[in-house]
Write a protein that binds this ligand. Structure first.
Ligand code: ATP
Ligand code: MG
Length: 389
């Protein structure tokens, strides 16, 4: 039996004149993301996107999982395709939904007829198919208020589609409709969640990671790549730029007062990330900071880090508790990777008593002990890039 996936659009239907752009971008996202699974025809009509497999051996579980992670899709459902003929639609409903209907006690049928040439009205279609299913599955009763399952029949231009309920989609708006931003990614729990959240708001991502070998290992870097791979299941493909950070950290340790180590290091990160972002056409930075979580994330410390760059810095986790962040990281499958114990450059040379209320003037004075410009030049020049998908 022919099966397809129907995608229902989310917020993008609200976007007025922009709607066409959003819809086109969503179609591009869906096509690109499904390409690794097989050949599909993807088309939009009547505020629905049809995902129609063009090969017999396509794994539809995998395809459904893939579309469940595409931003801009509010809800989706697998459906079977039947001829627009009432007898064929009945038989298809009975066969396609047999497992679902066996497993529940009450149901109802809802019909939508957008092809007005079809000779039955929606209530007639529901009554006919409902009656047939009651005959085929005698254990069922109809409950129009709170059914275990709602069988939906959509008679559209291209055919009749029969499905059970809709699954919730990834929500948000399609990646790429909001421009591009650069996430500062560590191996921790927070920054992958921050990346996911901003991609959900339509941003295309690039990622910058600071590595300090030999203080940080190659495996720590692989861990970050694995985290980004998991984020990419939502954001789509992105590039990871790894910045060699050892020399800068050693200079900080050598020349600056210990209680300023972290804040100065973070300022270098922002400045370098901004440089790379500008180079690659990104317009904002993203970090996983949460207010008050650690000494470098107090209001004063954030003021000092922000002053190191001119781009807007998006901090989607700023007002969230750790528990709330962990909940999302579990849902998007990054948690189990984040908790693997590898060192981050933030955890080497950490001061015993970091400043929680740094003054920008004093920070700048400390930082002026380092000749920053050539160090930054060198770091940017030696960035390594890899493709994540
Ligand atoms: P995370 O769980 O994301 O590591 P955290 O709570 O441990 O966050 P910090 O280590 O203070 O916080 O880092 C704050 C933010 O700085 C991170 O969320 C991330 O955006 C950025 N960051 C930290 N370390 C790195 C790194 N090695 N490379 C790139 N960005 C980093
Ligand atoms: Mg960290």
């Amino acid at each position: 039996m022919k099966e397809i996936i129907l995608l229902k659009l989310g917020e993008i239907v609200l976007k007025g004149l922009n709607r066409k752009n959003f819809e086109d971008q969503l179609l591009r996202c869906v096509r690109r993301r499904l390409a690794k699974i097989g050949q599909f025809q993807v088309k939009a009509a009547q505020s629905t996107i049809y995902v129609d497999p063009q090969q017999d051996d396509i794994d539809m579980d995998e395809a459904a999982d893939c579309v469940s992670k595409i931003f801009g899709v509010a809800a989706y459902a697998r459906a079977c395709v039947a001829e627009k003929d009432l007898e064929q639609m009945k038989a298809a409903a009975g066969e396609y939904l047999a497992d679902t209907l066996e497993g529940c006690r009450t149901f109802k049928v809802e019909s939508k007829r957008s092809d007005k040439k079809f000779p039955y009205t929606s209530p007639e279609i529901s009554a006919e198919i409902g009656g047939y299913l009651l005959e085929q599955f005698p254990h069922l009763t109809v409950d129009v208020h709170e059914p275990d399952v709602t069988v939906t029949v959509e008679v559209r231009d291209f055919g009749a589609y029969i499905r059970a309920g809709l699954e919730r989609g990834a929500g948000g708006i399609p990646v790429g409709t909001g421009g591009k931003a650069c996430v500062l990614i560590s191996g921790g729990i927070d920054s992958p969640v921050a990346a996911y959240m901003m991609a959900k708001r339509g941003l295309d991502l690039m990622a910058v990671h600071f590595a300090s070998p030999p203080y940080t290992s190659e495996r720590a870097e692989e861990k970050v790549a694995e985290l980004l791979h998991r984020v990419a299941q939502y954001s789509g493909r992105l590039k990871m730029y790894t910045v060699p950070f050892t020399k800068i950290q050693e200079q900080i340790r050598e020349k600056c007062k210990e209680d300023y180590f972290t804040i100065i290091m973070r300022r270098f990160m922002m400045e370098i990330a901004e440089r790379l972002a500008v180079e690659k056409g990104a317009q904002a930075l993203i970090t996983g900071e949460s207010l008050g979580q650690v000494a470098s994330q107090t209001i004063g410390a954030i003021a000092c880090t922000d002053a190191a760059c001119t781009m807007p810095v998006f901090r989607p986790l700023l007002g969230m508790d750790k528990e709330e962040i962990i909940e999302i990281s579990r849902r998007i499958n990054t948690f189990e990777v984040s908790i693997q114990p590898y060192e981050d450059c933030c955890t080497v040379f950490t001061p015993k008593h970091p400043r929680t209320r740094p003054e920008l003037s004093k920070v700048l004075l400390e930082q002026s002990k380092i000749d920053s410009a050539p160090l930054i030049e060198e770091a940017v020049r030696n960035v390594a890039v890899r493709e994540i998908f």
